[in-house]
Write a protein that binds this ligand. Structure first.
Ligand code: DC
Length: 227
């Protein structure tokens, strides 16, 4: 079967990571979390005290950064200049900062090039905001995954609860709205649905159902291309 590039885009909390990881496992594909790259650059900027409003300094920082996504014991780990930052990039502070640095065209340019290199051979499931629209406009299968803001906030809140982060649900919903606004309104590669993307609303669906639906679509697509 042909090895596809599967692009999964959608807003925060739509379930992209869980679903993309599962689709990759079911198909034996590589899973690539493009958001982790924006998070890693944001973490480095925070640590170095680089202003999140200084586009030139952020671009230079991204150019001088080495991000490695490796699979270890079946789980993806994120390395920033050789240091394992898998947990460090998941704090609320890094989430907010990542959405700020993601508006900088120079940062996007560097990371999009990395993402293209990582996925060009196919057999990948890449998730993000602009994978189907910018990174791989020719991807054979594009999914735009969404869900209501309330359900997305609740999912994020549960993730934080499980990690022991004290954060309230109302605040999480506000943050979801804030990040949605920033992701959609930025001028450089905003979150948009590619015209040829399949829209999947996961508000009332379990991740496993969504993953199986995408696998069915992928198999249909691969069979159509080869047969
Ligand atoms: O998916 P995530 O929450 O880990 O992404 C972190 C931030 O990075 C998010 O605010 C949007 C941004 N992002 C982006 O602009 N483009 C991508 N392809 C992936 C993430």
């Amino acid at each position: 079967m042909q090895k596809l590039i599967i692009a999964i885009d959608g807003p925060v909390g739509s379930g992209k990571s869980t679903v993309a990881r599962r689709v990759a496992a079911l198909l034996g594909y590589v899973y690539i979390d493009s958001g982790a790259m924006y998070r890693a650059v944001a973490l480095k900027a925070l640590r170095r005290g680089v202003s999140l409003d200084d586009a030139g300094a952020l671009t230079a920082l991204a150019q001088a950064t080495h991000i490695d996504l490796r699979v270890q014991d079946g789980a993806q780990r994120v390395f920033l200049d050789g240091e394992d930052v898998t947990a460090a990039i998941r704090t609320p502070e890094v989430s907010q900062s990542a959405s700020k640095i993601a508006v900088v065209p120079g940062v996007r340019h560097v990371l999009v090039a990395e993402q293209r290199r990582a996925g060009e051979r196919g057999g990948v499931v890449m998730e993000g905001r602009d994978i189907g629209s910018v990174v791989f406009p020719d991807a054979q299968l594009k999914i735009f995954l969404t869900a209501s803001a309330e359900v997305r906030a609740e999912r994020r809140w549960r993730e934080h609860q499980q990690k022991g982060d004290a954060i309230d649900l109302a605040r999480t919903l506000e943050e979801v709205h804030e990040r949605d606004r920033r992701d959609r309104e930025r001028s450089s590669s905003p979150l948009v649905r590619a015209p040829d993307a399949v829209v999947v609303d996961s508000t009332a669906m379990e991740p496993e159902e969504v993953a199986r639906l995408i696998v069915l679509l992928a198999k249909g697509q691969a069979a159509g291309k080869t047969g």
